[in-house]
Ligand binder design. Structure first.
Ligand code: URA
Length: 236
């Protein structure tokens, strides 16, 4: 249960003061009854709330899947660059959105945007072993020894020892690999391959936990993640 004015104000466009004013004018109904008290508590899963007769969705948090294009930064705001949050359409926008985990400016693919700090912490903490999957285009083929050292937890040039990764070579004319990691260190995938004397020439995130990036989303497009899909994100 949460205060109605707090929930409504957290949805985006209205301030808490404006919500109070609407309640005072009798414009908001809870389960068919006009409410007068702005501190009334509601159950987001059961209660029906209408504003001027139109039912509104009560959701404490929102979870959005974006297919990030190149050239966009993984931040909430920036003075010089377009951000992943700038790509969220008005109907999904609300205050406090941020990307749960960063992709480099030139990396493409799955970015999860939310206003739920606890959830973001849960999926990003290396302790929880939620694997993020990338398709990396490489300059050279990987040797079996390279794969072994990546899978055992490679040591980066600066001495950082990484947790184990899962690596799968994708058959084809060009060297492409599918790599799964559960940490999110700065430029991690690029630095991992650099430590094997290789170079990442393209990087695309395709999966978080067990949730695949929706391949109908064009670069720059987003959509809300369903509750069933959200559970897949935290699956190991
Ligand atoms: N690893 C990188 O090097 N870059 C990314 O954007 C994500 C993981």
């Amino acid at each position: 249960m949460e205060r109605l004015d707090k929930i409504l104000a957290s949805q985006g466009t209205l301030s808490r003061k404006e919500v109070k004013e609407m309640i005072r004018k009798g414009r908001i109904q809870l389960n068919g009854t006009v409410i007068k008290d702005s501190s009334v508590k509601v159950d987001e899963n059961k209660d029906s709330v209408t504003v001027d007769g139109t039912e509104i969705t009560l959701k404490r948090h929102i979870y959005i899947m974006l297919n990030k294009p190149q050239g966009v930064v993984s931040a909430s705001d920036s003075d010089k660059d377009e951000t992943v949050v700038d790509l969220v359409p008005d109907e999904l926008y609300r205050k406090g959105l941020f990307p749960a985990g960063r992709l480099d400016k030139d990396t493409t693919g799955f970015v999860l945007i939310t206003d739920d700090g606890d959830f973001a912490h849960r999926i990003l903490s290396p302790k929880n072993h939620i694997f993020k999957t990338y398709i990396a285009g490489l300059q050279h083929e990987l040797s079996d020894d390279d794969i072994k050292s990546l899978e055992n937890g490679i040591t980066l040039g600066d001495g950082t020892v990484l947790k184990e990764a899962k690596v799968q070579v994708i058959e084809g004319d060009k060297p492409y690999v599918r790599i799964m990691i559960c940490e999110g260190k700065y430029h991690q995938v690029k630095r991992m391959f650099a430590a094997t004397g290789n170079k990442v020439v393209s990087l695309h995130r395709v999966r978080m936990g067990k949730l695949e990036l929706d391949n109908t989303l064009k670069p720059g497009e987003c959509r809300e993640i369903t509750p069933e899909e959200l559970k897949l994100v935290t699956e190991k």
